[in-house]
Design a protein around this ligand. Structure first.
Ligand SMILES: CC(C)(COP(=O)(O)OP(=O)(O)OC[C@H]1O[C@@H](n2cnc3c(N)ncnc32)[C@H](O)[C@@H]1OP(=O)(O)O)[C@@H](O)C(=O)NCCC(=O)NCCS
Length: 245
């Protein structure tokens, strides 16, 4: 698939004690006009219809960028064949379901003119969130913080808006793995104090010990991945992909 700049996409090999799993990651802020003109190259006919039916311009642009990132991520995860042959359609909770993906699934997010997607094999669930750092959302982001989360925001050494955005993105990424969205009480999505790793932060979830979060703050946004706790990420490659975008 053609890379419309600015776009970054790469394989995301995941290490497990019992072997490896393969995922793919893509981020884009490509212009909606350029993507729209090439829509038939990567959108399935049912996606083209959904795009045409999405009334509001922002939703149409988000849809394009999100589907474009997801198709790139699927290709980098290892799914061969034309992108337009597979459709990413909403399940009953709005979750993306890949039809024609042979067991591959995706998680995707859009915010502030950017989109990100991760593609993964069904046996190794992942969730993603990308949040623009927006001071207009600070009050919402600070809502319902646990004392430990509030303490981390105050002491992490990050700009507080970035730290709040990172915690929010960690929760959203988990809510996507669980397919609940953020309809569930925030208390269930509590994030234990993150620890710094080269290129980002690693965190665990207080009530979901089988998952961990990778948090990558970059200028203007934070990318979060929720993944099984016993999976090791290729941090240098992951960090380079997110930075290179
Ligand atoms: C799901 C949710 C966390 C997404 O957050 P957001 O900031 O609105 O949007 P993002 O850009 O981060 O993510 C949007 C993508 O999340 C995915 N998504 C939506 N619902 C999802 C769910 N329940 N599980 C996993 N992924 C979901 C979709 O791929 C969507 O993009 P698309 O519609 O273009 O395919 C948020 O919409 C939410 O909590 N909604 C609450 C309502 C809800 O969960 N309803 C479910 C039916 S009861």
């Amino acid at each position: 698939m053609f890379l419309f700049p600015p776009t970054a996409a790469a394989p995301l090999p995941l290490a497990r004690a019992d072997g490896r799993a393969f995922a793919g990651l893509a981020l884009t802020a490509a212009s909606a006009a350029a993507l729209g003109a090439a829509g038939a190259d990567f959108l399935h006919p049912e996606e083209l219809a959904a795009w045409a039916a999405a009334g509001v311009e922002k939703r149409r642009d988000d849809y394009l960028r999100g589907r474009y990132a997801a198709k790139l991520a699927l290709g980098h995860a290892g799914l061969a064949g034309p992108a337009a042959a597979r459709a990413i359609l909403p399940g009953v909770f709005g979750q993306p379901v890949v039809r024609g993906g042979g067991g591959w699934q995706v998680s995707l997010a859009h915010s502030g003119g950017r989109a990100a997607a991760v593609a993964f094999p069904e046996q190794h669930p992942l969730g993603i969130d990308l949040e623009a750092c927006d001071s207009g959302h600070a009050a919402t982001l600070a809502r319902d913080l646990s004392p430990a989360e509030a303490d981390w925001v105050a002491t992490a050494g990050l700009d507080s808006l970035v730290a709040l955005t990172a915690l929010w993105a960690a929760r959203e990424a988990l809510s996507k793995v669980l397919r609940t969205g953020l309809m569930t009480s925030f208390a269930h999505f509590r994030v234990a104090p993150p620890t710094a790793v080269p290129g980002g932060w690693r965190a665990e979830y207080v009530e979901f010990p089988q998952y961990q979060a990778a948090l990558l703050p970059r200028p203007g946004f934070v990318l979060a991945l929720a993944l099984p706790r016993r999976t090791t990420l290729p941090w240098p490659e992951l960090s380079a992909t997110v930075t290179g975008f």
